[in-house]
Design a binder for this molecule. Structure first.
Ligand code: SF4
Ligand code: SF4
Length: 105
């Protein structure tokens, strides 16, 4: 069975769909640490893999620090926007196709 492997520091919420770094949520809404690039996208969102179309966040360390006292940290953890998310579904399809479930940050 296909499964995602997250990094050793990931904090997975039991039963929640994992974040696969599709970038959908960041392209919909810039978070409190992000900044608009002038055309409505976050300037810290960086393409990390142009085949899988997965992204990295240039503010990852800062966001993890801001969530360190949260009982439900979101970042590196679970997906906030999995319902009807065709972008995320496409990343998962490609991961299955290439047998690459590694979503290490
Ligand atoms: S700072 Fe990171 S998490 Fe926030 S919107 Fe930008 S890319 Fe997304
Ligand atoms: S998988 Fe979910 S939380 Fe992760 S980047 Fe995509 S929409 Fe955002």
């Amino acid at each position: 069975m296909f499964s995602f492997s997250q990094n050793k520091n990931s904090r997975t919420a039991a039963g929640s769909p994992p974040c696969v770094r599709c970038g959908y949520c960041c392209n919909k809404t810039i978070c409190f640490i992000g900044e608009d690039d002038g055309v409505g996208h976050c300037r810290f969102l960086e393409l990390a893999d142009d085949h899988l179309m997965i992204f990295s966040c240039g503010k990852r360390t800062e966001i993890i620090e801001s969530e360190k006292n949260s009982s439900i940290p979101m970042f590196d953890n679970y997906c906030s926007s999995s319902a009807f998310n065709t972008v995320r579904n496409e990343v998962i399809r490609k991961m299955k196709e290439t047998k690459n479930g590694n979503i290490k940050r």
